[in-house]
Write a protein that binds this ligand. Structure first.
Ligand SMILES: NC(=O)c1ccc[n+]([C@@H]2O[C@H](COP(=O)([O-])OP(=O)(O)OC[C@H]3O[C@@H](n4cnc5c(N)ncnc54)[C@H](O)[C@@H]3O)[C@@H](O)[C@H]2O)c1
Length: 367
């Protein structure tokens, strides 16, 4: 099978590309590295079954030759990323999704969408099952992400109804693992970076808000199961074990042997209080459930972060300053069409951190 993966240079996308190659598929990866990192896929470039196209999927998604499936993952995903790129986030959730759907339609191929638990907003129902419609502030700062994904779901469902396209929707809950950027502003990466550099672990609110953390390999197995099915869902994909943010901080401190203190900051606007997926549908229909517990998942993630000490110092400083990297607010340079195999430098070179012209709100606890 030849699979197009948009956002394939990102955290989840690169793991998905790898999993597909491992089982014998060919992969066409499209990315503009607005939040991804060329290092994530550098080891795949020599594989003849892997093709990289530097492309902004909000502009176009063009691929020569047959495409059997499209996995649409392109989108900024962490709060600092989408708050810094609000219009790009709306564009990739709307135009980018439409472009990816049209590609699938041209080839009559399977299409899967990486949606998010954020479509539930600050949920009034707990735990969240797919039948819940959500509680989203349509004009708050986070709406650029939440509403973009809600539109992406709506347009995907409309392509299924209107054109009979085989569409599958994954509502992904917090996922963590190797290849998260240390300064991406998500709670797991921030805590590990802070613990390993002796910085205080920043908790927003009183730490009693909950999240459920899914290890990346588990999540990718779920995406592949959805890709291989003809089901639409939507399917919650996440780990149903709920933890408070304070609990997570304690686990990370114990695992890294860190003496870092914990520092409390005000809760960001619209930060959801509780999150836990009901995964009965994914379990029964896709035969999927997570297998890797938080201790094992964090052990692997800490090992990945520890092996990159050069990145940690600058990232800890960026987290401390409430600033992220030096990505400009303007839209990234747009390559209409594609440039196979030409990988530019990362848009977010961690080692080049300089005081940013763009002040990013402090890291928040979700993606
Ligand atoms: N990681 C999570 O916990 C999580 C949770 C819910 C949903 N998701 C969804 O999964 C997908 C992947 O998330 P991730 O955690 O890997 O984030 P990520 O930022 O690491 O990856 C996103 C990738 O998309 C690329 N991209 C963004 N806009 C693009 C555009 N216009 N054209 C081409 N490429 C573009 C980025 O450069 C990056 O490589 C996203 O759609 C996200 O919304 C992730």
């Amino acid at each position: 099978m030849r699979v197009a993966v948009t956002g394939g240079g990102g955290f989840l996308g690169s793991h998905l590309c790898e999993a597909l190659l491992r089982r014998g598929d060919s992969v066409v990866c499209l990315d503009n590295f607005s939040t991804g990192d060329p290092e994530n896929i550098a080891h795949l470039l020599s594989d003849p079954a892997f093709e990289f196209h530097h492309a902004d999927v909000s502009v176009s998604v063009e691929i020569r030759g047959r495409v059997d499936a499209v996995a649409h993952l392109a989108s900024p995903a962490s709060p600092p990323d989408y708050l810094r790129q609000p219009l790009e986030t709306l564009a990739v959730g709307s135009r980018g999704t439409e472009n990816a759907l049209r590609l699938a339609l041209r080839h009559n191929s399977r299409f899967i969408l990486a949606s998010t638990s954020e479509i539930y907003g600050d949920p009034l129902v707990h735990p969240q099952e797919e039948a819940y419609w959500g509680n989203v502030n349509s004009i708050g700062p986070r709406s650029v992400y939440d509403e973009a994904k809600r539109y992406a779901e709506a347009v995907s469902a409309a392509y299924r109804r209107t054109h009979g396209l085989s569409v599958g929707i994954a509502r992904i809950f917090n996922t963590y693992g190797p290849r998260m950027r240390p300064h991406d502003g998500r709670v797991v990466s921030s805590f590990i970076t802070q613990a390993l550099t002796g910085e205080p672990l920043t908790i927003y609110g009183d730490g009693t808000q909950t999240r459920s953390f899914c290890y990346v390999d588990d999540l990718v197995r779920g995406l592949v199961a959805l890709l291989d099915s003809s089901e639409m869902g939507p399917f919650n994909l996440g780990n149903p074990v709920e933890r408070t943010v304070s609990e997570l901080a304690e686990i990370v401190r114990a695992m890294t042997g860190s003496a870092s203190a914990v520092k409390y900051h005000p809760l960001p606007v619209d930060d959801p209080g509780r999150r836990r997926p009901v995964i009965t549908r994914a379990r029964e229909v896709l035969g999927w459930q997570p297998e890797i517990d938080i201790t094992e998942g964090l052990r692997r993630t800490v090992a990945y972060f520890s092996a990159r000490p050069d990145r940690l110092g600058a990232s800890a400083a960026a987290i401390r300053g409430g600033q992220d990297d030096t990505v400009p607010l303007s839209a990234p340079a747009i390559t209409a069409g594609t440039t196979p195999q030409a990988i530019p430098g990362p848009a977010t070179a961690v080692t080049d951190l300089a005081p940013s012209a763009v002040s990013v709100p402090p890291s928040v606890s979700d993606s």
